[in-house]
Ligand binder design. Sequence first.
Ligand code: FCB
Length: 457
Amino acid sequence: MPHISFPARFVWGAATSAYQIEGACNEDGKGPSIWDTFCRMPGKIDNSATGEITCDHYHHWQEDIAWMKALNLQAYRFSIAWPRILPQGRGDINPSGLDFYDRLVDGLLEAGIQPYATLYHWDLPQALQDAGGWTERCTAEAFTGYTDAVTRCLGDRVKHWMTINEPWVSAFLGHERGVHAPGWQDTGAAVRAAHHLLLAHGWSVPLIRRNSPGAQVGIALDIVPTEPASPSFADELAARREDGLHNRWFLDPLFGRSYPTDIVDDFCRQQAWPEALIQPGDMQAIAVPVDFLGINYYTRAIVRASIPESDNLPPTNQYADPSEWMEGGWADNYPQGLYNLLTRLRDDYPIPPIYITENGASYNDAPDAQGCVNDTRRIAYIESHLQHALRAAQSGVPLAGYFVWSLFDNFEWARGYTMRFGLVWVDYTTQQRIPKASALWYRDGIAAWRAHHHPVA
Ligand code: FCB
C-alpha cells in the first residue's frame, strides 16, 4: 500500500458530481438542467439512460456519509447543482435547494469529513441554455450570482472550493463534438464557451474569498499528456497541437500567458475565432491567482498526424491505439502519464499546490455469489497511479491530496450506466450499496497512513 509514503498533511478523498449521483431531478423546486434535456434527445445516451434517479443520493445522503466515514475518507469532493439553487439560472433563490447542501455539509463535518465543493460540474440551468448558454458572456455573469448565493450560505463551513470542472469537456465535448450537453457541433461556439467558462472562474474567485474567509479556491482541469505516435516531424507537430487544444488552451491563460498563439492561429484558419471575444480586463480576470490546481487524470493521448484534406487546414489528429484500454474504451491505463503530466506542470508553470481531484477506472466487476465485488484491477490501477504520483511528489511537485473517481458507481454521462467507476457498487434497482474490494483496500491504506503519521497519543 503506497499510502503511508505520502506526507502527514496529505488529504485522502473520493469524488462525485451532482447530476451523476443525486437523482431527484424534479424535486423541491429544482429547475431543469441541460443534462435533463440532453438525456431526452434520442440516441445521445447509451440505452437512453438518464440521471433522473441514478444513486438517489438526494434521499440517501445520510447513509452515503456513513459509507464515507466507514471508508476513512478525510475529504469528499462533490458538486452543487446550479438549477437546485437558482431554477432559472439567475434571480430567485430556491431555499430548499440550498437546504440540501446545508444539511450535507453539516453531516460531513459531523462525520469528520472535509467538504470539497465544485460549483459547476456541467449541469447548466436549461433557462440559461435557452438564451445561448456558455456561448454567451451573460452566462458567466449569471455564474457569479450563483457563486455568491452558494458561498454566502456555505462559505462559513466549506473551506475548499472549485469553480469549474473540466472546462475543456464542457466547451469542446459539449459544443464542438456534440457528445455532451448541449450537443452542439460548432468549433467557434466551443471557443466562445471555453472563454466564458474561464471568465466565470476568474470572476468568481474573489467573490468566494469574500464570502468564505480563509478558503482555498481552485479549478479542476482534465490534463491529457500527449505523445507523438512516432518521432516524425508531422506527428510531433500534431502532438503539440493536441497539447495546445486540450491543455495549454486552459493552463496558459490561467497562469497569465493568454491563449497560445499557435492554437489561436489554427482557430483563425478554421474561421472559428469569434469576433470581439476578449474584452478589456478578461485575461487579467482569468489569471487571478488560485490557491490550488485540481487535476483530473484518466488517459494520455498518442497523436498521429493524418493527411490534411486541404493545404489550408492543419492536420487533424487521431489517437493511436493505446496499449491497454479500460472498459468503455476512452481511457488507457497508463500510470506513468500521471508522473509525466505532474512533472511537466512543475517545469512549465508556476504551480500552486496540486490536488488530484479525479483519478479512477471503469471496471464493471459485479457481486459474486457471496455478494463480494472483487475488483482487483481497480486496486492495481489506483496503486500504480499512487506510486507515480508519489514519485512526482518526491521530485518536487507540491501534491496536496488525491481523490478517487468515484465514491459510487454512477451515471457516466453519454455512456449512461454502462461504465462503473465506483469504490462502492450500487444496485440501481434497490439502491443497495456494496463496498468493493478496492474500497476496503483504500480504507485500509488510509488507516495505515493515519497510524503511521498521526498515531493516537
Ligand atoms: C471526468 C468527469 C467525471 C467522470 C469521469 C469518469 O471527465 O469529470 O464526471 O465522468 O470523467
